[in-house]
Design a protein around this ligand. Structure first.
Ligand SMILES: Cc1cc2nc3c(=O)[nH]c(=O)nc-3n(C[C@H](O)[C@H](O)[C@H](O)COP(=O)(O)OP(=O)(O)OC[C@H]3O[C@@H](n4cnc5c(N)ncnc54)[C@H](O)[C@@H]3O)c2cc1C
Ligand SMILES: NC(=O)c1ccc[n+]([C@@H]2O[C@H](COP(=O)([O-])OP(=O)(O)OC[C@H]3O[C@@H](n4cnc5c(N)ncnc54)[C@H](O)[C@@H]3O)[C@@H](O)[C@H]2O)c1
Length: 474
């Protein structure tokens, strides 16, 4: 490793913008400013374009879709299709994912070339204010100084302090997306976003799956009707849900045999599996990147402290995406890009008040924009509750996908305060409501619209034509 004295002797290369990490917000910022003629460098040590296209959103949804196709094969008879059995070729499933990822990386490489932003492959860390040293993948070092520097180093899977967990060498989402064989029995530690999406996909591809979570319900922050509804398809598909479990230890070797011991109501139990996947939340990539040398403060959890304009504590240093400790979604990181683009040009764009939707890609999907009932009650907000089963949306019957419900909270002024859907293509339906909310439309505009029949979004007419329940402020 180069000493601080040796680094100080190298004259830094000057850039208008240096970006650490090539994730969602970072890459769009780099391409945009480089196209405007600025001198821009992006330092990336592993995933060109960040987690989303390589190891997170897009590859996981690719896997989930293969699993959906498998679920149709399992249901072939129901649709009147006669098949002579079917098999899963996990290596081919993973190959399809790899082809998609490779094509996405090629697109990223072209964007770097065409925009003029320089992509520097290597590990970067601060060695002084606005100054980053890169240990190049090809060997050697470069020293870069930016008039502005943006940090977007993202997060990695948390291992937690569970005795024995690290020693069994568990899968994270990265390895789980590279499997070439279906795990005979996959234990999943954590029943949040990653745990649930993988649980259902791997079950449909043929694994026995057990999900272990320390909360009493899955997705415990959601409304009770949501948390209880989401368990049903999991249990129906034969996934073991081990909830309210205090994990004590993990032993064995992932890929061969693992055993997890846990307490439920103070009684010790254990579950055996062949593999274990950790999905316990995320840890920020802020250790050992010299943030102290750059004057960048982190909070107790290690996330970079930023103000509403995405400024860090150091002059000329900004941060974006997961590493800032905000909601960890690609669409949030993309909005961070827009904020940074405008603020680096002298603007005052803020993260405050932005409405963040989510869509969980289980089947059925769970999606929400705006207030849940739990949040409305906690904030003392009165609302009218419109709620229908998905079966009332006639398109679901043509698809034989009638599970779930949708509900909307509407305020005194007829504006939509929140919308939750647990149903087929829920994310797409939620986005339609989100657009109405962005346009500040009253719910009656959707109720009275002529929407094409039979589309899933047409179900919103049914929803808003139903009789609401009045929920007074507590
Ligand atoms: C399995 C999974 C599925 C997900 N699915 C969804 C989804 O469906 N929808 C959604 O909105 N979100 C999803 N997310 C969350 C989403 O992936 C993140 O919110 C998003 O990728 C964050 O972008 P980022 O730029 O902050 O970080 P990242 O995309 O992680 O980018 C950080 C980059 O910095 C690089 N880096 C880190 N340290 C250094 C260093 N010192 N030197 C050089 N390079 C460095 C990393 O290699 C990485 O490429 C998912 C996450 C996971 C794990
Ligand atoms: N569709 C999407 O948008 C999508 C998909 C995947 C991931 N993501 C993003 O990635 C983030 C990380 O996902 P994740 O699933 O790792 O985290 P998460 O926070 O969604 O879920 C973690 C789960 O682990 C449980 N848990 C934590 N510690 C535990 C312990 N010691 N024992 C038992 N259970 C424990 C929690 O109760 C929680 O249910 C998400 O918060 C989300 O922002 C988004």
């Amino acid at each position: 490793m180069t000493s601080i004295e040796e680094v100080a002797a190298i004259v830094p290369e000057e850039f208008d913008l240096v970006v650490l990490g090539s994730g969602e917000g970072s890459k769009f910022l780099a391409w945009t400013l480089a196209r405007q003629g600025q001198r821009v460098a992006v330092v990336e040590h592993r995933w060109i374009g960040g987690s989303c296209p390589n190891i997170a959103c897009l590859p996981s949804k690719n896997l989930i879709h293969s699993a959906k196709v498998a679920s149709y094969f399992a249901r072939a008879e129901e649709f009147g299709i006669e098949i002579q059995g079917y098999g899963i070729n996990m290596a081919r499933v993973t190959d399809r994912k790899r082809s998609m990822v490779n094509a996405l990386v090629d697109i990223h490489m072209r964007n770097f070339e065409n925009s003029g932003a320089e992509l520097i492959l290597g590990h970067g860390r601060f060695v002084g204010p606005r100054t980053i040293q890169v240990d190049l993948q090809t060997g050697g070092k470069r020293l870069l100084r930016g008039a502005n520097v943006v940090i977007g180093t993202g997060t990695h899977a948390s291992l937690d302090m569970i005795p024995g967990l690290a020693a069994v060498n568990p899968l994270t989402h990265i390895e789980a997306l590279e499997l070439e064989q279906v795990p005979p029995h996959l234990l999943i530690l954590g029943g949040g976003y990653i745990g649930l999406e993988f649980a259902q996909a791997m079950r449909r591809l043929g694994s026995r799956v057990s999900v272990v979570d320390h909360n009493r319900t899955l997705l415990h922050r959601e409304d009770p009707d949501v948390t209880s509804a989401i368990e049903t398809p999991f249990r129906e598909e034969g996934i073991d849900l081990i909830l309210d479990a205090a994990v004590q230890s993990v032993t064995g070797t992932c890929g061969q045999a693992v055993k997890m011991t846990y307490l439920q109501d103070d009684i010790e139990h254990s579950v055996d599996g062949s593999h274990i996947l950790v999905a316990l939340g995320r840890t920020p990539n802020t250790r050992d990147i010299g943030l102290d040398l750059a004057g960048v403060d982190v909070n107790q959890r290690g996330y970079i402290e930023v103000d509403e304009h995405l400024r860090t504590s150091a002059d000329g240093v900004w941060a974006n995406g997961d590493v800032t400790g905000g909601p960890q979604f690609t669409h949030v990181a993309f909005d961070d890009f827009r904020i940074l683009r405008d603020n680096l040009a002298g603007g005052k764009r803020s993260t405050k008040g932005r409405q963040i939707p989510f869509s969980l890609f289980t089947d059925p999907e769970l999606a929400r924009i705006g207030l849940s009932e739990t949040e409305a009650k906690a904030r003392g907000i009165a609302y009218r509750l419109f709620k229908i089963p998905m079966a009332a949306d006639l398109r679901t019957r043509t698809l034989s996908e009638t599970r779930g419900f949708m509900k909307a909270l509407v305020g005194d002024d007829d504006r939509i305060l929140g919308f939750t859907v647990f149903g087929v293509s829920g994310g797409e339906i939620m986005s339609a409501v989100q657009m109405a909310m962005i346009g500040n439309l009253p719910y009656t505009a959707i109720r009275d619209a002529v929407l094409a029949h039979p589309t899933l979004v047409e179900g919103l007419v049914v929803l808003f034509s139903s009789t609401p329940e009045i929920k007074a402020a507590p």
